[in-house]
Write a protein that binds this ligand. Structure first.
Ligand SMILES: Nc1ncnc2c1ncn2[C@@H]1O[C@H](COP(=O)(O)OP(=O)(O)OP(=O)(O)O)[C@@H](O)[C@H]1O
Ligand SMILES: [Mg+2]
Length: 236
């Protein structure tokens, strides 16, 4: 039984059917990517799984460790072991790095020991702990968003376009950090525009058209088919 199983997920905003019939799984220690054009429904899928869509109508079934979680409150889902790093990072720019991190603490994660472990993983955050987060570079802010999510000790991480707006060198560092988390046994659902790079890490790629999956790919088929959908320019 997979750790995270999404079956026939549907998301509607009023009369807009943003996601239809989406199914995928993510196991411990693997990276699954979702790629697709703007407005395809990638963020809606991650937010639905994380319980972060209050006003949408959700259908289908999402199971974590075989327990149905679709429609549960976000804090309950975090508590079960799923953490979302949202699109645009959503860090609090006027709060310090340390204050932002403390906001990631939950009843079962965020102890002094957990804090030491994330600061060891991202040493720059330790150095800048007392600075307002708004003064960090884009790459450092993304590290902060990841670190905050890790404080809840997730077993599955949902990452929504973590590389967006980052310089190529920084994207390389970020993808290495994501691969390390995978190697430590965390399951990762990765929404990415750097499709080719993401695919090097992923065990499966789901390509989205509007609202639904149009291709499921494994291994070497991926670069070719993703290229057909997105063209060479979108593939750094
Ligand atoms: N709160 C909302 N209310 C109404 N429609 C919404 C809402 N959020 C998203 N949508 C619509 O749902 C569709 C899917 O949006 P979503 O943000 O999930 O796509 P996406 O694949 O993440 O896009 P992007 O690549 O731009 O981040 C779009 O048509 C969008 O306009
Ligand atoms: Mg999105």
């Amino acid at each position: 039984m997979p750790l995270l199983e999404v079956r026939d997920l549907g998301v509607r905003y009023g009369s807009v059917a943003a996601v239809r019939g989406v199914s995928f799984t993510c196991d411990a220690g693997e990276i699954v990517t979702l790629v697709g054009p703007n407005g395809a429904g990638k963020t809606s899928i991650l937010n639905a799984v994380a319980g972060a869509l209050e006003s949408a109508r959700l259908t289908g079934d999402v199971r974590f460790d075989d327990v149905p979680i679709l429609g549960d409150a976000p804090e309950r889902i975090v508590h079960r072991g799923i953490s979302l790093v949202p699109e645009g990072r959503r860090i609090f720019t006027t709060l310090t790095v340390g204050e932002n991190l403390r906001l990631g603490a939950t009843p079962h994660g965020g102890s002094a020991e957990d804090m030491v472990s994330v600061l060891e993983r991202f040493p720059i955050l330790a150095e800048f702990r007392r600075r307002p987060a708004g003064l960090l570079s884009g790459g450092q802010q993304q590290q902060l968003a990841l670190a905050r999510a890790l404080l809840a000790r997730p077993r599955v991480l949902l990452l929504d376009e973590p590389s967006l707006g980052l310089a190529p060198q920084v994207v390389g560092d970020l993808f290495r950090a994501i691969a390390d988390l995978r190697d430590e046994g965390i399951g990762i659902v990765l929404v990415e525009q750097h499709a080719r790079r993401a695919m090097k890490l992923a065990s499966r790629c789901h390509v989205m058209g509007h609202g639904t999956f149009v291709q499921g790919l494994e291994g070497s088929d991926v670069a070719e088919v993703v290229g057909a959908y997105f063209g060479g320019d979108a593939l750094p």
